[in-house]
Design a protein around this ligand. Sequence first.
Ligand code: PRP
Ligand code: URA
Length: 213
Amino acid sequence: MKQYDNVVVFNHPLINHKIAILRDEKTSMKEFRELVEEITTLMTYESLKENVPTVEKQVKTPLETCTQHIVEDDSIVIVPILRAGLGMVNGVHVLFPLAKVGHIGMYRNEETLEPDTYYCKLPQGIENKLAILIDPMLATGGSACDAIQLLKDKGCKNIKFMAIIGAPEGVSRVAEAHPDVKIYVSTMDRCLNEHGYILPGLGDAGDRLFGTK
Ligand code: PRP
Ligand code: URA
């Protein structure tokens, strides 16, 4: 795959270890859900290394007062793409428990593989915050492209997109459509099959999170 300045692929041994268990068809729904949360927390830690709004705060230690930089929960909005993105929300909330959550509901048309947007509810003032858009799977990239455009249409200027598994064609599509958005992917898989599923992937993330199959 071509290299893009706005794409980061973590390939971190600890995250890859957890993804290996996530992929296993024998992994239970409970364990799957827990792993998605844990991986998301690790991804959030890595992806917030740069371009994050901080404010100065005076902190009095037992010895003296110093100026520190803190990240306020309210400067961040978590935006899951339904359904599977919901499984990642707690993984970000562990770090920012008071961050507000916006929801974008999208469903891929099984024939065209293009997403239909059926729901959008975002917190007021999101345009001045860092929007962390989350979805475990970045396949054709259609859902991510449309969700990012929706956030931009609402005025968002600082958007990060995090996906656990990416397919090269989808990552390229999002990277080219939205060069101003940083895309964080834990691991890059081989390709898509004829039904738009990532190979080797982990199957349908929504079904595995919520037990719908
Ligand atoms: C899955 C996944 C992404 C999308 C990725 O959702 O959670 O949102 O597919 O595919 P794309 O990159 O080709 O757009 P799906 O549409 O199956 O809905 P669900 O989460 O409700 O199962
Ligand atoms: N959505 C999923 O849940 N899995 C895939 O492999 C592709 C899209």
